[in-house]
Write a protein that binds this ligand. Sequence first.
Ligand code: XIL
Length: 365
Amino acid sequence: MKTNLQLKTLCLIVLTNILLAGEGCASEQPGSSSSPQPALKDVFKKDFLIGMAVNNNVVCGNDVNAAAIVEKHCNTLTAENVMKWGPIHPEPNRYNFEPADRFVEFGQNNKMFIIGHTLVWHHQTPKWVFEDNANKPMTRDAMLSRMKDHIFTVVGRYKGKVGGWDVVNEALDDNGELRKSKWFETIGEDFIEKAFEYAHEADPDAELYYNEYNNEKPGKLEGCVRLIRKLKAKGLRIDGVGLQAHSDMNYPSKKELEGFFAAMKPLGVKVMITELDVSVFPWVDWFAMRKIDFNDVNERKKFNPYPSGLPDEVQQKLADRYAELFSEYVKHADQIDRVTFWGVYDKTSWLNMGRSNYPLLLDKK
Ligand code: XIL
C-alpha cells in the first residue's frame, strides 16, 4: 500500500512532466520513440481509464495536434457538445447526426470507451422542446413522449457503439433539492426515473450515469445520495455517478473529496470523474463573465491577470494541485472507472470565457 505522500509524488512527476513541458507536447509526434512523455492511459492503466472531451475540430481533422494528443493519452472519449439536445436535435423533426457520427467513428477507430453526453439537461436544449405546436407549454404526457422519442432515437442510433450515457445532467440545486427546470415543472420529479427507464430500454447494454457539478459540497451531496437511492429502490439501472470536477486551486478540498467517495461507496455505484479541469481563478459564472469589460484596464488586471502565460510560480502551484487531485483519485481507484478532462488543451477550454485561463494539462500551443 502506497502512502499518500508517495502517491502524490508519483502523480506530481507524471503530471508535471506534461504540464511543464510546454509546446513540446503539441508538436510531438504520436508514437514517436523519442517521446519523453508516457501516455496517461498507460500510467493509470491499473487505476482507471483516461479520457478527454473533444469538440468537432478534433474529430474531423481540423485540429490534428489535438487529435494526436487524444489518441496518445486516452482510452475513453466524451462528446463536448455534439450529442447535447440542441446540436443533435435542433428542430422538432430534424436530427443533426453528422458531427456525432464522426465523434463516434473517431472513438471507434481508436478503440476507446465512448461516452454520450448528455440526454436530459436544462441547458443547450432548444425552447421548442418545452412548447407544443401552438407555442404553449407541453402537458406531462406530451413531454414524456417527446423525451422518450429523443432518447430512443439518439441512444438507438449508437446502440452497441456508445458504452455509457450521461442520462441526466445537473438536476439538483445547490441545496440538494430538485432544480426547478422545465423538465421538473412539466413532468414532475419522476422525469429522472423516466429518462433512465427509456435509456435502458433503448440500449439494455449501455452503462447509465447521473452527472452533476459541485456534488462534493454538503447539501448537493446529500441530494445526490437521495436521488441515487431512489433510482435504485425503483429497480432502475444506474451504473455510476459523474463528478464533473470543475475544480480550482482550492476547491474541492481533500476533505470534500473524501466525503464524496465515502458517501458513494455504500450506494453500489461507480464514480466517474467526468469533466476535470482546474481553473487558476476562483469561479465566475458565464453571466457574470459576460458583464466584465475587458477594455477597462482595472477589470482586465483583476479578471485576466495572465494574458500571455502563467508565471512559473503559478504553473508549479497548478502542477501541485493536479498532483493532489490525482493522488486522491488513485487512492480511491477501486471506486473510480474513469477520469475525463473537459477538453484537450488550454486554448479550446470552455473556461477561458474571454480571458486566458490555464485549466488543462496541455498549454495553448
Ligand atoms: C460546456 C462546453 O464545454 C461549452 O463548449 C459549451 O458552450 C457549454 O457547455 N457542465 C457540463 C458540460 O455538463 O456539458 C458543459 O460544457 C460544462 C459544464
